[in-house]
Design a protein around this ligand. Sequence first.
Ligand code: GRF
Length: 195
Amino acid sequence: RQVALLISGGGSNMVKLAQSMAEPGHPARPCLVLSNNPAAGGLARAAEMGIPTAVVNHRDFPKDREGFEGELQAKLEASGADLICLAGFMRILTAGFTAQWAGRMLNIHPSLLPKYPGLNTHQRAIDAGDAWAGCTVHEVTADLDAGPALGQARVPIEQGDTADTLAARVLVQEHILYPRVLHRFASGNRTPLND
Ligand code: GRF
């Protein structure tokens, strides 16, 4: 499979996915790292790894989500991508775009979905007094953070945790979970991972 990795920031998940795909026998290869943010640190990290990069700045398409996504699609088609991994990608995609990539687009969300879709997931889990937090890799559908889960990883919420300390603990698990799920998914196995 040819995988396009979409980022908006540092791209730590993108780096882990690309490193995983470099292992011998892996059924997928990274063909593009695409960001909506021209200043995303992940672009330089992708270039260092020899992965083609592109930017489609959403600020160039004010109030024109379709126009933005049309540019994304053009870059994706030019790259030959047949699978998308959203990895710290912070733009909401329209139903049209998600339908175009139905069954071929994954995302990692930093909560134990269906709890805490959307933003500020760690603070919300702490404020709720939850004992556990974690991350979910899921197929992307038109409903935000609601697609079929392909895998989850849990971490305990510790006394005195802040959103930052919890996010750091969850991120370690993201870096393990996402490559595992991508390998299975790219091999044609869509059954969820259950540890
Ligand atoms: C991570 O917390 C991830 O869960 C969320 O974006 C954050 C940054 O990811 N999707 P990355 O370091 O840019 O991969």
